[in-house]
Write a protein that binds this ligand. Structure first.
Ligand code: ADP
Ligand code: MG
Ligand code: ZN
Length: 623
């Protein structure tokens, strides 16, 4: 190994020497050209004159200044004009031992001088040659260096050194809500602490572990925590760093990274976003660079000596695209799922992040955790920070519960857009729309209670919204619950229809979500009559939402669309019935909302219940 290293160093020195030489030559050429151009310029403006002519000029009073300089006499003429640099054309003539010259000059009022030699040859050499060469050398090397950096850190050199952290300073205590993942990783920590314990009994430890899960759940954080717990250096590279424009760069980086890491074992090598290089090789159009990089990674993973205490940790949110060769035993054979946190997990993550900020004593963690259902750790970290910023903005020195609740809305719906002015009519429509949602929620028993209704527009596009807050976390949803949710989503638009007898564009998002739910009931959850328990669609990506692939024929697909349409029609009818039967409440609460702009869930429920009594009274008086 040491001789290897020396070889490498020699090679590096050779290359550096060659580059220095090239820079030097280029600088020299620049300087030569410069000096040539300058001397040419000077020559152009210097004219030789015969001594007799010079004497004539002196007599005629044409000469301005005379300078004796060794064997020549330089002089300028009065009639010449100075150029833009203040220099006059120069003339010279040979010096002849003429005893009358001085008196002649004096007679004609010519200034003359015998200047001391202005510069020694050494100084002029330095000024004319050494300084320019040094200057150009510096400029060129700076230029080249910045270019090379832009092209990827010096042709094929590893950036691994830039990513090494001697101590990450992060421990398992900083990662909350991922208990199972931590448990699996504890063994790796122990192995890095004392590899002998495992090797002496003959146990083989995993070379690699793959952290998979949705974005923002703490995969990178966990990898750092493993290094921090084991107190070993942390070498990390992101998959996207590997993919360069020059073929071969990625592979050489992988090689250098492993070489560095092996020299510093025990340590952790972390490859983030590994799907960028580890994408399955077959099927797609060939990508030489990526394949080379992947092959290098595969061979390095086989090559290093496990007993030294090196563990490679990869992270990805698209495990299904990874090449099978990466996943086989002996490589990333351990898969550790880092999923979105549950209620308890979110509470713990909140605790971790709230530790860093000053808070009031009466923070209700559970309520916030309930409100952040579906959020990943990164969202929660972001939310806590937003809450702290809100507190600062209001000049307080502690974060309150209300800040945190406001921050949830910020993360979900965006900032309040105070400068967006709705017309009177629009405000009315939005208010009825939102109260339509809220009434549907209150009138159906399987939905989550209303937390807040507002008609203040938000930056993320909504003109108003109704916030629901679950009372407990659900992991299953019944058919009834989904149906009621669709009814709730459709009630906003339905309220507009009933009251204004017209429809607006404001319901696009509601409609989209309702359609998604209805489709999922048919294609994924087996909740329709005609398709029974047949799956028609599946998620093509486990941890990134959105993309789905159809499993059925086109004909079946279009039947499924009609089935979903039927569900939506039913729910629309249901919403119309619900709201028509409670139209008094709709009017009253909407009027209140228009006046107040924002009302809380309690205010809403008060109105909702009180209204009942009133209308009963009304009914009685009418009768
Ligand atoms: P990933 O790599 O899974 O996309 P990161 O590890 O980069 O996510 O997480 C981003 C940030 O979110 C972290 O720096 C941390 O502040 C916060 N975070 C994410 N998950 C957790 C967690 N389980 N516990 C505490 N903080 C977390
Ligand atoms: Mg990450
Ligand atoms: Zn709506």
């Amino acid at each position: 190994m040491p001789s290897d290293k020396k070889d490498d160093d020699n090679k590096k020195n050779d290359r550096e020497k060659r580059i220095l030489l090239i820079f030097g030559i280029v600088a020299l050429i620049f300087t030569l050209t410069l000096n040539y151009v300058i001397s040419k310029r000077q020559m152009q403006s210097v004219n030789e004159v015969k001594y007799s002519e010079f004497i004539d000029m002196v007599k005629e009073g044409k000469v301005d200044e005379v300078e004796f300089s060794g064997s020549v006499i330089n002089f300028t003429l009065k009639e010449d004009k100075a150029d833009q640099f203040g220099n006059k054309s120069k003339y010279y003539t040979g010096y002849i031992n003429d005893p009358n010259l001085i008196s002649r000059l004096e007679e004609n009022d010519v200034a003359f001088d015998n200047p001391p030699t202005t510069s020694s040859p050494i100084i002029s050499f330095v000024v004319e040659w050494v300084l320019p060469i040094a200057f150009f050398y510096l400029m060129i090397s700076l230029l080249m260096r910045s270019m090379m950096k832009r092209m990827g850190g010096g042709f094929g050199k590893s950036n691994a050194k830039m990513y090494v952290e001697k101590e990450t300073g992060i421990t398992f205590a900083d990662v909350a809500g991922e208990e199972e993942a931590k448990e699996s990783l504890t063994e790796i920590v122990d192995f890095l602490h004392q590899p002998e314990k495992y090797t002496q009994i003959g146990a083989k430890l995993p070379r690699g572990a793959l952290l998979v899960g949705p974005p923002g759940t703490g995969k990178t954080l966990l990898a750092k925590a493993v290094a921090g717990e084991a107190k070993v250096p942390f070498y990390s590279l992101s998959g996207s760093n590997f993919v360069e424009m020059f073929v071969g760069v990625g592979a050489s980086r992988v090689r250098d990274l492993f070489k560095d890491a092996v020299a510093n074992a025990p340590c952790i090598i972390f490859i983030d976003e590994i799907d960028a290089i580890g994408k399955s090789r077959d099927g797609t159009i060939g990508n030489d660079e990526r394949e080379q990089t992947l092959n290098q990674l595969l061979s390095e993973m086989d090559g290093f000596d496990v007993t030294k205490g090196i563990v490679v940790i990869g992270a990805t949110n698209r495990p299904e695209v990874l090449d099978q060769a990466l996943l086989r035993p002996g490589r990333f054979d351990r898969r550790i799922v880092v999923d979105k946190p549950d209620l308890k997990g979110r509470e713990d993550i909140l605790k971790v992040h709230l530790k860093a900020v000053k808070t009031d004593d009466d923070i209700d963690l559970k309520q916030i955790a309930l409100g952040t259902s579906g959020c990943a750790g990164a969202d929660i970290a972001n939310m806590v920070n937003e809450a702290a910023l809100l507190a600062v903005r209001e000049g307080r020195d502690k974060v309150r519960q209300s800040d945190l609740m406001e921050a949830i809305e910020l993360v979900i719906a965006g900032k309040e857009k105070k400068d967006r002015i709705l017309t009177e009519k629009e405000r009315k429509i939005v208010a009825y729309h939102e109260v339509g949602h809220a009434l549907a929620i209150a009138l159906q028993k399987n939905t989550q209670p209303v937390q807040k209704i507002t008609i203040v527009p938000r930056t993320m596009g909504s003109l108003g919204y109704t916030m629901q807050m679950p009372e407990e976390e659900h992991y299953l949803m019944s058919k009834e619950e989904i149906t009621e949710q669709i009814v709730t989503l459709l009630s906003g638009r339905t309220a507009e229809e009933i009251i204004f007898n017209t429809v607006t564009t404001g319901a696009a998002n509601d409609i989209e979500r309702a359609t998604e739910l209805a489709r999922a009931m048919v294609t994924k959850f087996g909740m329709s009559e005609s398709f029974d328990m047949m799956a028609l669609e599946k998620n093509s990506n486990m941890y990134l939402e959105g993309k789905t692939a159809m499993l059925c024929s086109d004909a079946t697909g279009s039947k499924a669309d009609y089935e979903a349409l039927e569900i939506i029609k039913d729910c629309h009818k249901k919403a119309t019935e619900l709201l028509s039967a409670n139209i008094d409440k709709l009017h009253k609460i909407a009027a209140f909302l228009i006046e107040k702009e924002t009302i809380t869930g309690e205010q809403f429920m008060e109105l909702f219940n009180e209204k009942d009594e009133q209308s009963e009274e009304n009914n009685i008086t009418e009768e």
